[in-house]
Design a protein around this ligand. Structure first.
Ligand code: HEM
Length: 296
């Protein structure tokens, strides 16, 4: 073989080896190499998987997949993870969805007594409100005296009121310990300031204040200003409606059969008693009128 042929073969071999040395790694990493049009200076930013990060950023900075919105599959979008400073390529950062919901469930379970106390005391308050309204109408129509006598009729009405104050105070104060909704004292005391169902919460709060006014006027004003006391006592009807709407709309247990029976049973009974009360006072006025005309 001539020297020229030998050098030519060696030259071609060297060239082939050199080409492969540079070409193979280029082929291996070509998957990660951005396409030229994507990375030109003036190309507009693209977010193929709509996860809040541009494709350029995903490849060059964050190491996430520009075609998968949640690269590590932990339930959080890559963009959200970057914003909250967690690792978008680490499944366990900041915690999987399962872990987060477990933590939330634990948080609720930490103080279930507060929530149960609120609900139980709310239901007891409502039943007592129903009983105090019924016993009040029965007192003014004389029904109560027939069953319990004059002294015990009044005492019963008053004792229901005292128990109602205790159960209402429990109903409201237990909410301060509830970690799920997280009420502040202001939200529980000032109507319409609650971040949770402000309107229905306000109905409960206003009914509660009405109730305090009813009790205190019954204790201190009834003897001296009977007409004022009577006028305030008539407000117990709108108060009942307010507490009814509050309870039905906010109640966790509203859709259970016992509560449906309690709510609708009480509303129908109170309506019937109001009709009876109106008929009673009309017939009383008529007999008073007849007596007056007879004496004249
Ligand atoms: C006369 C006054 C009130 C009565 C009769 C009453 C009664 C009730 C009743 C029966 C429930 C439904 C309970 C259940 O279904 O589990 C309830 C729920 C609720 N009440 Fe009251 N309430 C009154 C005042 C208040 C006040 C003043 C507040 C707060 C300041 C309040 C806060 C709540 C809350 C947050 C719930 C929702 C609890 C749940 O989801 O069960 N209530 N109330």
């Amino acid at each position: 073989m001539s020297k020229i042929k030998l050098y030519s073969i060696l030259g071609i071999l060297t060239l082939t080896i050199l080409v492969n040395i540079f070409a193979v790694p280029n082929k291996v990493f070509s998957a990660n190499v951005p396409t030229p049009e994507l990375y030109t200076e003036d190309s507009p930013p693209v977010d193929t998987d709509v996860d809040g990060l541009t494709d350029q950023g995903e490849i060059n900075i964050f190491g996430t997949d520009p075609t998968v919105a949640d690269t590590d599959g932990d339930g959080y979008l890559d963009g959200a993870e970057v914003l909250s400073k967690s690792d978008p390529v680490d499944y366990y950062s900041p915690g999987t969805m399962a872990e987060v919901s477990q933590q939330q469930a634990k948080k609720i379970q930490d103080t279930p007594w507060a929530w149960y106390s609120t609900r139980a005391a709310g239901i007891i308050s409502y039943i007592l409100l129903f009983l105090i309204t019924i016993s009040g109408i029965s007192l003014s129509t004389g029904l109560m005296y027939k069953f319990f006598g004059q002294v015990w009729g009044w005492r019963l009405h008053q004792w229901i009121g005292i128990f109602m104050i205790l159960s209402l105070v429990t109903h409201v104060s237990a909410l301060l310990f509830d970690k799920y909704i997280n009420f502040t004292i202001i939200e529980l005391l000032v109507p319409f300031t609650s971040h949770y169902q402000p309107f229905f919460m306000a109905l409960g709060i206003i009914s509660f204040y009405f109730f305090i006014i009813l009790i205190s006027t019954s204790l201190f004003v009834i003897q001296t200003k009977y007409k004022l006391w009577r006028f305030i006592h008539y407000l117990s009807f709108p108060m009942f409606v307010g507490a009814f709407v509050h309870s039905v709309y906010l109640g966790t247990d509203t859709h259970t059969l016992p509560m449906l029976i309690i709510y609708w049973g009480s509303a129908i009974t109170i309506s019937l008693f109001i009709v009876y009360r109106i008929i009673f006072s009309l017939s009383q006025k008529k007999t008073e009128h007849n007596k007056l005309t007879q004496t004249l």
